[in-house]
Design a protein around this ligand. Structure first.
Ligand code: NCD
Length: 307
C-alpha cells in the first residue's frame, strides 16, 4: 500500500500526474464532487495547524467524503500514554485514509507501519512536510510554468524548517536548479541535507546571511518563519526571530517575474505591504494546497482499492 511519508516516495511521473489532476480539479470541480462519497479521512494532529489540517478537511469534503479526527494531542488518548502504533491500528478500523502531524520526527512512518490504510505525513517535527511540498510544486508550476532552470532562494529558519527540507529534496531532482541558502549562521541548513541531497545531486548552492545581496538573481524567493517551538531557549528565538523582514523596498532589485512564496503562517518576515505586490503568491499557494491534497487523496485511495 502506498503512503506519503517523504516527497521522495513519489516519482517525478507521479508528481506530474498529481499536478495534472489538481489542474483538472481547478478547471472542472463538479466532476470530482462525489468520488469519495462514504469515505472518511482521519486527521490526527498532535501539533498546531491551520492550513494543513483545514485544507485536508476541505479537500475531503469537496470530494464528497467526510472527516473525523483530533486537532491536539491532549484531546486524544496520547494524553493517556497510547502509542502511535496502537492509535494507527485503531484508526484503521474507523477511516479510509490518515493524515498525521506529529512533533516527533518519524512518527508518521511508524503510523504507516501499523496502519492498514494509507498514511500521509502532514509534518513531522523539524524533518519533512511532503504535502506542503506538493502545494509548493503546484504553485511553482502555475506561477513559473516549469520546474527546471530556476534559481531558488530559501530564506529564514533553514535549520528547523521542514517545508524547506522537503522542497529542497523535491527540487534537487530537476535540471538547471540553483539553490541560494539565506539564513543566520545559527539557522543554517543541516549538513546532512547539504551532503545527501544537494551535493549528492550536484546541485550548485551558496550560503549567505544577506538577502539583499542575492535578491537580483532569484526566480523564486521562499520565505520562512523562525520556528519558535523547536528552539531550546526563548532568548535565542528572540535574538533571531526578526533576522529577515521582506519589504517593498528590498524587492526593488528583484526580478519582475520573481515568485514570492511562504508556507505560512507568517509572523514578521514579510511586511503586509508586500501582499499587494503581484509577485506575492503565498495566498494563491494556500488555495493550491487544497487542490493538490484532493489529487493526493484520490490517488492514494485508488491505489488502496478504496474508491
Ligand atoms: C509549515 C509547517 O507546519 O511546517 N506550515 C504549514 O504547514 N503551512 C510552516 C511553519 O509552520 O512555519
Amino acid at each position: 500500500m502506498k503512503n506519503l511519508i517523504s516527497i521522495l516516495d513519489l516519482s517525478l511521473e507521479e508528481i506530474d500526474e498529481l499536478i495534472a489532476t489538481a489542474n483538472d480539479i481547478i478547471a472542472n470541480p463538479t466532476k470530482y464532487q462525489d468520488i469519495c462519497r462514504y469515505k472518511k479521512l482521519a486527521t490526527l494532529f498532535y501539533e498546531p495547524s491551520t492550513r494543513t489540517r483545514l485544507s485536508f478537511e476541505a479537500a475531503m469534503l469537496e470530494l464528497g467524503g467526510s472527516v473525523l479526527g483530533f486537532s491536539e494531542a491532549n484531546s486524544s488518548s496520547a494524553a493517556k500514554g497510547e502509542s502511535v502504533a496502537d492509535t494507527a491500528q485503531t484508526i484503521s478500523c474507523y477511516a479510509d485514509i490518515i493524515a498525521m502531524r506529529h512533533p516527533k520526527e518519524g512518527a508518521p512512518y511508524v503510523c504507516a507501519q501499523h496502519a492498514s490504510i494509507p498514511v500521509i505525513n502532514a509534518g513531522d517535527g523539524g524533518h519533512n512536510h511532503p504535502t506542503q511540498t506538493l502545494t509548493d510544486l503546484l504553485t511553482i508550476y502555475r506561477e513559473k510554468g516549469r520546474f527546471d532552470n530556476l534559481t531558488i532562494g530559501f530564506c529564514g529558519d533553514l535549520k528547523f524548517g521542514r517545508t524547506v527540507h522537503s522542497l529542497i529534496q523535491a527540487m534537487s531532482r530537476y535540471t538547471g536548479i540553483k539553490v541560494v541558502l539565506i539564513s543566520p549562521v545559527e539557522l543554517k541548513l543541516p549538513s546532512y541535507i547539504k551532503k545527501d541531497v544537494l551535493k549528492a545531486n550536484n546541485i550548485p548552492y551558496v550560503q549567505t546571511t544577506s538577502l539583499e545581496e542575492v535578491m537580483p538573481e532569484l526566480d523564486i524567493l521562499y520565505m520562512t518563519r523562525v520556528q519558535r517551538e523547536r528552539f531550546f531557549n526563548e532568548e535565542d528565538y528572540l535574538r533571531l526571530k526578526d533576522s529577515y523582514i521582506l519589504t517593498p523596498e528590498k524587492l526593488k532589485t528583484a526580478k519582475e517575474d520573481l515568485a514570492i512564496m511562504h508556507p505560512l503562517p507568517r509572523v514578521n518576515e514579510i511586511s503586509v505591504a508586500v501582499d499587494k505586490d503581484p509577485r506575492a503568491c503565498y495566498f494563491r499557494q494556500v488555495l493550491n494546497g487544497k487542490y493538490i491534497r484532493m489529487a493526493l487523496i484520490l490517488k492514494l485511495l485508488k491505489e488502496a482499492g478504496r474508491i
